[in-house]
Every structure is written in structure tokens, then in C-alpha cells.
Write a protein that binds this ligand. Sequence first.
Ligand code: NAP
Length: 245
Amino acid sequence: MHVLVLGGTTEARQLARLLAARERTVTSSLAGRVAAPTLPEGNVRIGGFGGVEGMARWLREHHVDAVVDATHPFAERISANAAEAATRTGVPLLALRRPGWTPVPGDDWRFADSLAQAAQLLPDLSDRVFLTTGRSGLAAFAGLDGLWFLVRSVDPPEGEVPRRMTVLLDRGPYTLQGEREVLREHRIGVLVTKDSGGAATAAKLVAAREAGLPVVVVRRPPVVAGVEVAQDVERAARWVRERVG
Ligand code: NAP
């Protein structure tokens, strides 16, 4: 039995470990974006497949019995490709998507449907922005010359970036104390985040709440229609067991 886990998330690594422990052949696939990724257990392949056609070919050639798309909720292209490749090959597909975050009393969240929409909200909120949406997509904020950005990412930003920007290279999980210090040290006035969900990067939301700061939350894109979804690793492992034994 061969399971392909499309990875790049904590949950993908946890699932690979669980499946490998149950003596299944697991291959985790990483995009290759991060210079020194945390590697999952089991087999690992790195780099794109070459679109839908390439992934479908890979599934056939490697006799894959099931695919779990455990990529980040904002990795839209690979998820769409997986859905199409699964349909073409008849290989069962599950999307593993951790739940998004929900505001609690004391939070001051503003929602945006895209990075561009998030950028539009900022000038009315503060001129000191903590941007935690990752190193790509910063072009959406590049025109905001009156604002200063603290950009936190694992690897240096790519593409067009804001003119006034400080980069903080770091990788989660982050602690509450650490997040409090970042907000204070850089006199942050507003936080921007994707609705990534999960515990590893949630402390910034608590720190922002404590400091009374507004948070711009970019909503998730929808899961591809018709694709089955599991919200946690245990359920995904059960799905694999039911599908391929
Ligand atoms: P994306 O826009 O959905 O995908 C772009 C292309 O990258 C895909 O068409 C595919 O190339 C390749 N690719 C993406 N994920 C892959 C994987 N797991 N294995 C093999 N190829 C992959 O992806 P993205 O948003 O740039 O994210 C890239 C990776 O970073 C994902 O694995 C994701 O889990 C992780 N990540 C993303 C975010 C985020 O905010 N987007 C945050 C944290 C981690 P081909 O068409 O050639 O196959």
C-alpha cells in the first residue's frame, strides 16, 4: 500500500509519522520552497510534479493507492491539481485541513478575502504593520509607501516588496512571550495574518488581543468542490485505513 501525502505542514509530518509507524509505504511531497525544510518520516520527494498531468503520471508510475492533500489551506494550486489528478486516475483523495481560527471576546478582527483586500484596510488602522502572511504575495502591500512593515518569514521575501520593510527570519512554533516582545519592540499597530489555524502560530493572536491591536485576517480559499475533508490527523489516518487497509 502506497500513500502519497502532499505536505509542507505540521499535520502532514504528523500523518506521515503515523502512517509509517503502521508500516505503510508513505511518500511525502514537498514543494521545495523552504531552503532547509523539516523533513517528515518515510520517503520524501521534493519539487513540483509538473501540473496535473505530471501528478497523474507520478500516481500511476508509483502505484499510489491513496492521496492525502495535507498542504497549507492557502496552497490553492497544488490542491486543485491534486483534485484533478485524483479524478483522472481514480485514486482516492482526502484533504486534511486543520480548523481555522475563531475570534473570542476582546479580539478586534477585520476580515479580508485576499491579500489585496487586506492591504486596502491597513491605512485606516495603523502605519506600523506586522505582516505574517509568508514571503510570497508581498506585492499586494508594495504600493503602501506611507506604512512600515515588519515581515516575518522562514526564508527571505521574494518578488516585489514594500519599500519600508524590516525582515524577521524565523520559524514557528512561537511563544506568547516571544510574540508580546515582537509587538512591543517594533511598536506594532496592526497584525496581518492568513486564517491558517493551528497552535504553532496562534500566540500572535493572543498577544494582539492583550495589546488591544486590530488584526486583519485573510479568509481561506474554499476546498475544491467534491473533495472529502478531515480536520485532524487521526481522522485522516482512519480514512487511509478505511480506503487502503
Ligand atoms: P501552490 O501555489 O498551491 O502550488 C504552486 C505549485 O508548487 C504547484 O502547482 C506545484 O507545482 C508545487 N507544489 C506546491 N506544493 C507542493 C507539494 N507539497 N509537493 C510538490 N509540489 C508542490 O503552493 P504554495 O502556496 O506556493 O505552497 C507551497 C508549499 O508550501 C505547499 O506544500 C504548502 O503546504 C506550503 N505552505 C504554504 C503556505 C501558504 O501560505 N501558501 C504556508 C505554509 C506552507 P507543479 O504544478 O509543478 O506540481
